[in-house]
Design a protein around this ligand. Structure first.
Ligand SMILES: [Zn+2]
Length: 130
């Protein structure tokens, strides 16, 4: 079998998808080991997103800086968290603590979903700056 075909088949396996995802996350967290990232991804599958409670899977999970780079957060393990892509877009360069407070406030006014949707849209319009 040609190497390209073998690579393509491997990429479509569960293991191949996991490896690709971890390598992708490593671009955002260069200091973290791919093996450590693969373990975190495996652990997060099936658990709810911290912010919107949607169940995380290999497709919708994304790597987030708890404390954003803008606010001095680094690429170390204790600043790493897995959340859903939608919330990651919405969170942008906000800090975790601020984002939690913002969502709690929105929840009180029954605007949580609306806020997440608007923030995610704003990130798409203004671009990723985080
Ligand atoms: Zn979420």
């Amino acid at each position: 079998m040609a190497r390209r075909e073998r690579d393509r088949r491997y990429a479509s396996t569960a293991r191949g998808k996991l490896v690709r995802k971890a390598n992708h996350f490593k671009e955002r967290f260069p200091g973290l080991e791919p093996e450590w990232l693969r373990e975190r991804i495996t652990e997060c599958i099936g658990i709810p997103c911290k912010y919107c409670h949607v169940e995380l899977n290999l497709e919708n999970c994304s790597a987030d800086h708890k404390v954003s780079v803008k606010h001095g957060g680094g690429n170390e393990q204790n600043n790493f968290q897995l959340i859903c892509k939608k919330c990651n877009r919405g969170k942008g360069d906000f800090d975790d603590r601020f984002f939690v407070l913002l969502l709690d406030l929105a929840e009180r006014y029954k605007e949580r979903e609306n806020l997440l949707k608007r923030l995610a849209m704003a990130t798409m319009v203004f671009g990723r700056r985080f």
